[in-house]
Design a protein around this ligand. Sequence first.
Ligand code: ATP
Length: 666
Amino acid sequence: MSSSEKPLVSKSASAASDAGGRGLPSVHAFQVDLRGIVDLLSHHLYSSPRVFVRELLQNAVDAITARRVVDPGAPAVVHVIADGAQVQVRDSGIGLTEDEVHRFLATIGRSSKRGVAGVVGVAGAAGVADGAVFGDGLGGFGDAESLLERGRGDFLGRFGIGLLACFVVADEISVVTKSAVDVAAPAVEWRGAADGHYDIRILAPEESPAQPGTTVTLKPSPGKEFWFQAPRVVELARDFGSLLPYETVLEDEAGYTYRITETPPVWDREYPSPGTRYEALAAYCQDILGFAPLDIIELNIPLLGIKGAAYILPTAATTSEQGGHRVHIKGMLLTDQARGLLPDWAFFVRCVIDTDALRPTASREALYEDDRLAAVREALGDRVRDWLAGLAATDPPRLNRLLAVHYLGVKALARFDDDLFALTLPWLPFETTAGRMPLTAFADQHRVVHLTAGDEEFQQVSQIAAAAGLGVVNGGYTYDADLVRKLPRALPGVTVVDLDPETIAAHLDTVDPAEELAAGPLLATARRVLDTLDCDAALRAYHPVTIPALLLDGREARHERARVDAEAEAAADGDDLWAGILGALRSVGPRARLVLNHRSPLIQGLIELEDAELAATGIEAVYGQALLLSKRPIRSGESALLNRAFLGLLAHAVGQRPAIQAEEEG
Ligand SMILES: Nc1ncnc2c1ncn2[C@@H]1O[C@H](COP(=O)(O)OP(=O)(O)OP(=O)(O)O)[C@@H](O)[C@H]1O
């Protein structure tokens, strides 16, 4: 094999193949299956062929960066030609000499953009590095070490494999390059094939490009023509490269040119007013992320080299939809699906950022989960938190607007995040006996906060509790009970106690014995009517007077009722064994209680009523109304009662005997 026809990676022979004597280990270097490696790094590392455009742009940008380290005034233009038949990327960068082509372009895993530390491979670690495979990594663009050192932080590439991405769409990569450092060196043409071989040719002066720089040309492999159409290449180049630091233009087969870069980024431009700035950032969000943001948080964290914007989603999101963020690294789009960039609690935010702090994985499609990402996550979380705190202090209506949409998600996270809880407490809405309001305002009125176990209980007692001056919060909504229990930690001096309807009963006034005696017949009627429903009747005086009766139903009573229902169902299904088991569990625990309100004019009317049947119908109607008020599910016996009461009252209103009664009598 001639020196001008070498494999991209030379297979490393054993470094000490015959060194191993008896009892002594013999040391060997790993062998490399070149075709397999090229196939792996081109076809299996990336999620889509589209990345070939990114890798070409990236190399062009890095080459210009390198050249400008030594020659700050050097031209900085990337020219892409997509004429359907081929894609060509030309840069005015540092170029390569023949020697550098062999060392960098043609050595898999070696990059001119990285120093010694990052280069030693497996064999290198074993101390048997084959220079052809795992070189020392020194040198670089123009072989000027200091140049490399100075420019390294600015390069996008580092792994020495990116160019192989081109083999996803092409069988051959052709590179013509002329060094800007060694200006006397002739231009070189290199052609690398997907099977792992390359050839190299020194160009005659008349073939040589006039200016230093590099041109990479790809022709589609069979079936990959789609990726070479100009509109597609424009779209990909804009997606990846819109924020690149050097002017990039694309020319199609008809000679039309398209601007690829749109720099400076929207957040770095000058605007006549904050309003126009906000509008420009919002329009960018619509354009890039596809939604009109509810609000915008500008991001500028110099310490981490982060610039960009965090956009608040316009509609409610759930914590499980941890959406992706759009991350540029030194201008190049890394991914629009980055995870873990913000703390979990900030799930209602989508970011677009440009940074040089984060490390991409080798596929350059995701971020390393490392200390830097953790630092960025913390810094961005702090920024969002500070912004929320700032809104709370200066613009509560704006914060309210946000929480009106995202309160459920914020509550979900506030359960575990004390800071977020304290921060948003004055704004998060809860259902209370004083209406829907934040807990801080509620606790100003009630140092003892009663919490119901569920919505049912809250509905039963809210009006009466409010009239009795008790502060009750509905614990029936998702996350609310957990948050209310955290209240004493955020608001010292406030206590939270569980509320049971029995506690409410204790707050109802007893009735004067003489008046209770007068109400005796009605109470007896009520007990008779309600007995079949496992409900007692009692008389108390309370506010508001508009409530004629209150259905108090403790947890035990509800449990007992559910058991009775199941027993009836099992019996109806002919399931005697199950019905028997349930029957054996019958308890004599507390029953539900219908507490008639002696202060209610309606109950007064029923007490004075002489028509016992009408009074019974009235009791049924009052029970039905209390039942509806409690929002409890209605059992079959109860719906029959409601029906009977309604028809009974209607019949009475029109002066007839109720049909059911007439039927029973007839
Ligand atoms: N347009 C170019 N101009 C000058 N040198 C180039 C150009 N393209 C590639 N090279 C050289 O070839 C080497 C290998 O390029 P390749 O794209 O495979 O990897 P990389 O850019 O170094 O790292 P990464 O795998 O992270 O992209 C580069 O380090 C560089 O020295």
